[in-house]
Design a binder for this molecule. Structure first.
Ligand code: PMP
Length: 477
């Protein structure tokens, strides 16, 4: 088949993110040209299932009629007006709806926690975090008199690729090279029950598939970090977390109760809580809560949203804040307390219009019922993978699933990254018409919410077949 023109241009001119371009240039790229629902189509007319929702962004599927209509209607008015100096209808409506959506449903159980009342728009997950960082930094200087506000974030954290967000991140593969470029933040142990250092007992066959009960040592580590910082008189201004589940760390869910406990510790020490819900927001983690923090009745002081905000249609982000943070930036002009930060496309009307349509979709009861069915179906389908000896762990939180591949399920020995096992499995899945991207040795399944049960089954069976191809094993163990 002739190489599509776009593939030639791509090879000649485009530099892809998080991609070893030497490998990329060796093979013909899949040129995606259209999509509908959970299906994407390439330049040769081949169809694929979008099993990672186009890098965790797409919620309701491609070419969604109501999202398309909202976008077209806004396009008929104006594509972009600036938020620097002007208000816009879609952005102001979206801010109001986001504040409403972030209100905690069962208010009494969130007693004593802040309310999110203001929305600062930006362009992507990284900038949503930059905004949160700068607000928390300046808030701590202004209200707590801290001269060097410090940040605590989790080992394995990924908060984006801009310099502030990278400073909060702790994935050596991505971040170590830039250490001299970054400001220092303290990493603290994140729960990773499957590889918990406090649970080193050799996993025998009976135990290899389960996590053992623990004494919340990882929560203790968070407490120690705050205590130590207080003793050194270097108090922590803010604690940044990906609530409920860490994404790029390898889709690692926190055990129930971790978030509530660590949020309480942070608050006890006067630190702000920054919730990075760039991946987890908008129903991804299941249940009826739109935000993962709310599963544990935690309301952050700063809530960062992107990816699914526009249903995955356009780059747009939001950082929600409390009244107290907002008020710390009020004053006479000449006091120069203004938040001197903003992007050209802040509050973009097209993005806001499609985000409003996406929120309306999320509120539809039939959509919620389908997400529940899809989640349960995925659980059942994924369980069939346990029989493969290279499947070490299966982690599912709502409609986020991570399948951790190991050399041997009884020892949990990881594959060396250089072996590119995750990449090779995903390439084999693509040959079977299912697109996703691994995180190291973890295969990601994060289907759009419109995915049918049959399509979800195909995603899992393509993974099972690809495992057999890349990591063959003899059945009947
Ligand atoms: N935070 C989290 C939790 C993310 O998963 C990501 C992106 N994968 C980001 C921040 C950065 O978002 P973006 O790529 O839109 O800058």
């Amino acid at each position: 088949m002739p190489l599509p023109a776009a593939a030639r241009l791509d090879h000649r001119y485009v530099w892809h993110p998080f991609t070893q371009m030497q490998d990329w240039l060796r093979t013909e790229p899949i040129v995606l040209v259209s999509g509908r629902g959970a299906v994407l189509r390439d330049a040769h007319g081949r169809e694929y299932l979008d099993a990672n929702a186009s890098i965790w962004t797409n919620l309701h599927g491609h070419q969604h009629p109501r999202l398309n209509a909202a976008l077209r209607a806004q396009l008929g008015r104006v594509a972009h007006t600036s938020a620097l100096g002007f208000a816009s209808e879609p952005a102001s409506q979206l801010a109001a709806q986001l504040v409403r959506a972030a209100q905690t449903p069962r208010a009494t159980r969130f007693r004593g926690q802040p309310r999110l009342r203001k929305v600062f728009f930006s362009d992507n997950g990284s900038t949503a975090l930059e905004v949160a960082l700068k607000l928390a930094f300046e808030f701590a200087r202004r209200t707590r008199g801290l001269t060097h506000p410090r940040f605590l974030s989790l080992q394995g954290a990924y908060h984006g690729d801009t310099v502030g967000a990278v400073s909060l991140g702790h994935i050596d593969l991505f971040h170590a090279a830039y250490s001299k470029l970054l400001f220092r933040t303290s990493p603290v142990m994140a729960p990773y029950c499957y590889r918990c250092p406090f649970n080193r007992a050799r996993a025998d066959r009976a135990e290899a598939r389960t996590y053992r009960k623990c004494g919340w040592e990882c929560v203790g580590k968070v407490e120690q970090s705050f205590d130590l910082a207080a003793r050194r008189r270097q108090p922590i201004a803010a604690f940044a977390v990906e609530p409920h589940i860490q994404g790029a760390a390898g889709l690692i869910a926190q055990p129930e109760g971790w978030l509530q406990r660590t949020a309480a510790i942070a608050r006890h020490h006067g630190a702000l809580l920054i919730a990075d819900e760039v991946m987890t927001g908008f129903g991804r983690t299941g249940g009826s809560s739109l935000f993962a923090s709310h599963h544990e009745q935690v309301q952050p002081d700063l809530l960062c949203l992107a990816k699914g905000l526009t249903g995955g249609y356009l780059p747009m982000a939001a950082t929600l804040t409390t009244q107290a943070i907002f008020d710390a930036f009020l004053g006479d002009y000449a006091e120069f307390k203004t938040f001197f930060h903003g992007h050209s496309f802040t509050g973009n009307p097209l993005g806001a219009a499609v985000a409003l349509a996406s929120l309306a979709e999320l509120r539809r009861p039939e959509g919620l019922a389908h997400r529940r069915r899809l989640e349960q179906h995925l659980t059942r389908e994924l369980a069939t993978l346990w029989s493969h000896p290279h499947v070490g762990d299966l982690r599912q939180t709502g409609l986020i699933a991570g399948i951790e591949l190991v050399q041997d399920w009884t020892t949990r020995q990881p594959f060396p990254l250089a072996a590119r096992v995750g990449i090779r499995v995903c390439e084999a899945m693509a040959r079977r018409g299912v697109l996703t991207r691994p995180i190291g040795n973890v295969i990601v399944l994060m289907p759009p919410y419109c995915t049918t049960l049959r399509q979800a089954s195909r995603m899992v069976s393509a993974l099972a077949e690809s495992l057999e191809e890349v990591l063959p094993h003899h059945r009947g163990r």
